[in-house]
Design a binder for this molecule. Structure first.
Ligand code: AMP
Ligand code: MG
Length: 337
């Protein structure tokens, strides 16, 4: 694992301990850090410092009513940030923390409005990435960290992506290599008495149901309960068009007539596709595909594709989360079921 801390003036240090120390000092000064997690890279600030939290919104150009996820080092810290914590929350924390699961709970009174977007709930996660854990342990407080991309752009999965997205807005950028999960955390709302899935991710609805022993409600319009889950999100510059394997050749023929620069993102390539068409391969399993998805969408932008035909995976397991991101990238988030 590479652990280079890129400081805003260009100074670099390679000693792991120094990186963590520099990040913690930046947090204490009210600065912003680029924080690797197992899902995607976060843009972190001290969740108890209103000026620092305001800097996150400014850097991302994110609307102020979009709540942030607060990252903690240990499950025991839940009680400082949430109240009326149901048994289901402790069960899920025990089963999946540290890990790619975010719990929405009634907020403790001390939690800043700027963090919750004025809601009476707060989103909390204990991430698993060793660098994130080291920073959280040393900092000891909560780190508010949305994905480290500009509003409505693709979430970053490498330190280089963060540099390209946010550049100088980040005071210290920790390089923890490529993210293992590759898409954002599962978000489950436990604040209403029933378990509701607000955002699918690596922890699946089945995982949640098996652990808690209760059904999870899949929200058709998560944006109602989870501001910030917009229809168009995770979008590359290329127009994303969804197609089945059988439909791709036909779409390609149509785009050829129109003279549109098009590529295909899929697990397999069919022999009938013209050889000059750029093919962006995805792995076979849903988890491999999730790990590669944002990398491939960035590549599509790098190739200046005007359109990207995507063959979505089935919706089993992590396929559900992948389809959620793809539907949104295609601007179809409002028809998600
Ligand atoms: P990001 O950190 O960029 O993945 O975005 C965080 C997402 O967490 C937001 O867009 C919301 O969808 C969700 N979220 C954060 N806090 C809450 C909350 N209190 N209630 C519901 N959803 C939340
Ligand atoms: Mg985001």
């Amino acid at each position: 694992m590479s652990t280079i801390a890129q400081q805003a003036g260009g100074a670099q240090t390679t000693a792991h301990g120094n990186d963590v120390q520099a990040a913690v000092e930046a947090l204490r000064r009210g600065g912003l850090i680029g924080l690797p997690t197992e899902t995607v890279y976060g843009l972190g600030a001290d969740a108890s410092n209103p000026a620092a939290v305001a800097r996150i919104f400014a850097a991302k150009q994110r609307p102020a009513d979009h709540p942030l996820i607060v990252h903690l080092h240990r499950t025991a810290q839940l009680e400082q940030w949430a109240r009326a914590i149901p048994t289901a929350a402790w069960r899920l924390a025990e089963a999946f923390w540290p890990g790619p699961l975010t719990l929405v709970l009634p907020r403790a009174r001390s939690v800043l409005d700027a963090v919750t977007g004025g809601l009476d709930t707060v989103a909390l996660r204990v991430p698993a990435h060793p660098l994130a854990r080291a920073v959280l342990e040393e900092f000891a407080g909560g780190i508010a960290a949305p994905s480290a991309n500009r509003h409505k752009k693709i979430s970053p999965t490498t330190a280089q992506d963060v540099r390209e997205e946010l550049g100088d807005a980040v005071d210290v950028l920790l390089d923890g290599g490529e993210c293992r999960v590759g898409i954002e955390s599962t978000i489950v709302d436990l604040s209403t008495g029933t378990m509701r899935l607000l955002r699918p991710g690596a922890i699946t609805a089945d995982d949640l149901e098996r652990t808690v022993g209760e059904p999870v409600e899949l929200l058709i319009h998560p944006s109602i309960r989870s501001p910030g889950r917009m229809v168009l999100h995770y979008a590359p510059n290329a127009r994303v068009v969804l197609a089945s394997m059988e439909e791709v050749a036909e779409r390609l023929a149509e785009y050829a007539v129109l003279g549109v620069h098009v590529g295909v993102l899929s697990a397999k390539r069919a022999p009938s596709w013209p050889a000059h068409i750029p093919w962006l391969p995805l792995g076979d399993s849903a988890s491999e595909q999730a790990q590669q998805l944002y990398r491939r969408l960035r590549e599509a932008d790098g190739m200046r594709l005007a359109a990207l035909i995507v063959v979505p995976p089935g919706d089993r397991g992590m396929g559900h989360a992948l389809r959620d991101r793809l539907w949104r990238a295609a601007g179809l988030g409002d028809v998600l079921a």
